[in-house]
Design a protein around this ligand. Structure first.
Ligand SMILES: [Zn+2]
Length: 188
């Protein structure tokens, strides 16, 4: 039986990259207040209301995170969740962060900085997600490649011909237009 059959396992999720999709201003210093993009809360609530788990990734924030201690990172994540939950319960399932620390060759030791898809696989494993039914919202062509590697779909934020939209609420609407509420699956 495949993971998409009626085994009851494997939930749909939307992965949202913190720096390139969720925040309009990323905090340089731990403890300073992050600012959400316009419509961020509305977008997250709409996705959650349609049954998507929300997973925040900090895939493109490596340099910033590498300077922070574990405690500072935890503080930042709490602040972020506080902002999102400000107007109600959006039900963020997880916040996954990685500082992508360099190995001996100078390249990251990990396999999770976009376009690599390590964080998507990690989230799916930890939270029983069905990658076939997941989406990634992030900026840049790297996002598209990472989503393809993980077997999920993407909405690329930004301007220009490689981007789908520059608005997070429009990104959520694009996902929901593909959503099949009867089967809880995205249509082909
Ligand atoms: Zn990493």
């Amino acid at each position: 039986m495949s993971k998409r059959d009626r085994s009851g396992t494997g939930r749909p999720a939307v992965f949202i990259d913190e720096d390139s999709a969720l925040l309009s201003t990323a905090p340089e210093h731990a403890g300073s207040r992050p600012l959400l993009r316009p419509h961020a809360q509305a977008a997250l609530f709409a996705l959650a209301a349609h049954g998507y788990s929300l997973v925040l990734l900090s895939s493109q924030a490596g340099a910033r995170l590498a300077r922070w201690s574990a405690r500072e990172l935890a503080q930042h994540q709490q602040q972020l969740l506080g902002l999102i939950e400000d107007e109600g319960e959006a039900g963020v399932t997880a916040v996954l962060s990685c500082p992508h620390l360099p190995g001996p060759t100078g390249k990251p030791r990990c396999d999770c900085q976009l376009p690599r898809a390590g964080l998507l696989f990690e989230a799916a494993r930890r939270h029983d997600l069905d990658l076939d039914r997941c989406w990634l919202i992030a900026s840049g062509k790297r996002a598209r490649r990472a989503a393809r590697t993980a077997g999920c779909r993407s909405v690329v934020l930004g301007v220009g011909r490689h981007a789908d939209t520059d608005d997070l609420l429009q990104a959520a609407k694009k996902i929901l237009r593909k959503h099949d509420p009867v089967q809880g699956m995205v249509s082909a």
